[in-house]
Design a protein around this ligand. Structure first.
Ligand code: PEP
Ligand code: MN
Length: 368
């Protein structure tokens, strides 16, 4: 199956020649919400595409599952008023037909659909003979073949304006991210299919507003072709994904904070220092991620100790950790003093956080 004749986003004829910046609400909720978000988002001229989910694949029933076809009319009104291109998610043939009828500019296949070849094939079959741009999100599980397969199924329907969206991978582990970025998988995708543009969806990776700048900058630094960032006129009352959406102003601040770099000219192997520094940056990112996960587990332990009236400090356990880790660190070529100092720092911070957890209850009880 060939992915050879795929066009780069800049050649899609949509007038997007720099980064493709997609923004808009997770879900279309009301006409007013779509229009007011679109109006404000369109004030930032870097934004080219308005997004909004019309049919929402929710993890459990009973959550808001999308407003349905009426939302397509709102998107079209927003387009007429702002000039933004419009994009939404499709998961079956009926969605594709409704979008084509409404003239939606760009369709995307969601992460929960990419995992299911039957569904992707149904979408692909509905697209036969149609010339509409399609973006394929990575599947929720880290399976490069499945992502590739999704792209291939859509390509074999004759779609040539095709790109991928990196939105991170689901995990049961507690991590600072809602979905693990697993940057190496996106990099592998770029390496295998250099002709397929990838844009990044920092919103579903981060799951919160605070991590968005980091994820966006990292995506830009990896030379991704664009960003899909969820925005909402009032994020705190959003009907889905409230914690990760930014206001239109927040979006502008976020875009302002990023450094958009030009793809550098090939310099051969002369940039040794740069590439070593890049490796260090990657490792520091991983270390931070691990430390944050460790702190989360330590918080869980704090809650357990609180609920079971166990003391925070247990000297035996601490001795055991220190001794085991020092010999491990030394065996790995680290200095024993360095390992001791590192452990002290981590331990001190764990105790500080566990204290907060215990005192939070004390404070609450005192207030009652
Ligand atoms: C979305 O874009 O709102 C969405 C449902 O994302 P994903 O398919 O990445 O979960
Ligand atoms: Mn969402």
């Amino acid at each position: 199956m060939s992915l050879e004749n795929i066009k780069r986003i800049k050649d899609w004829g949509l007038g997007i020649d720099g980064h493709m910046i997609v923004s808009g609400p997770c879900s279309a909720e009301t006409e007013e919400q779509v229009l007011s978000t679109a109006r404000d988002v369109a004030k930032d001229k870097r934004v080219n595409v308005l997004r909004a989910g019309i049919w929402k694949p929710r993890t459990r029933p009973g959550s808001f599952e999308g407003i349905g076809e009426i939302g397509l009319e709102w998107l079209n009104k927003a387009k007429a008023e702002t000039g933004l291109l419009i994009a939404t998610e499709v998961a079956n043939a009926a969605h594709v037909e409704a979008c084509l009828k409404a003239g939606v500019d760009i369709l995307w296949v969601g992460a929960r659909t990419t995992v299911n070849p039957f569904s992707v094939q149904e979408v692909a079959d509905a697209l036969k003979g149609v010339d509409v741009p399609v973006l394929v999100k990575n599947p929720i599980n880290p399976d490069l073949g499945l992502w590739q397969g999704g792209l291939e199924r859509i390509a074999s329907a004759g779609i040539t304006r095709l790109a991928a969206i990196h939105r991170g991978f689901s995990t049961y582990e507690k991590t600072p991210f809602r979905n693990l970025p697993k940057w190496d998988m996106a990099i592998e995708m770029m390496r295998k299919f250099p002709q397929i543009d990838i844009i990044n969806d920092p919103s579903h990776i981060a799951g919160n507003r605070e991590l968005l700048p980091y994820v966006c900058q990292k995506a830009i630094d990896l030379n991704m072709e664009g960003l899909m960032i969820e925005s909402h006129i009032s994020p705190s009352v959003a009907w889905s994904d409230a914690a990760q959406q930014v206001t239109p102003n927040g979006l502008t601040e976020l875009l302002d904070s990023l450094t958009f770099r030009q793809e550098s000219v090939e310099t051969g192997d002369t940039n040794k220092l740069d590439s070593l520094r890049k490796e260090i940056d990657e490792l520091d990112d991983d270390i931070f991620q691990k430390i944050a996960s460790r702190m989360n587990i330590s918080d869980e332990i704090g809650k357990y100790k609180r609920d079971n009236s166990v003391t925070i400090l247990q000297v035996d356990r601490w001795e055991e950790i220190v001794n085991k880790r020092i010999s491990l660190g030394v065996a790995m070529g680290l200095d024993d003093n360095f390992v001791k100092n590192y452990l002290k720092l981590i331990h001190k911070e764990s105790i500080r956080r566990q204290n907060l957890i215990m005192n939070e209850v004390e404070a609450e009880l005192a207030g009652k």
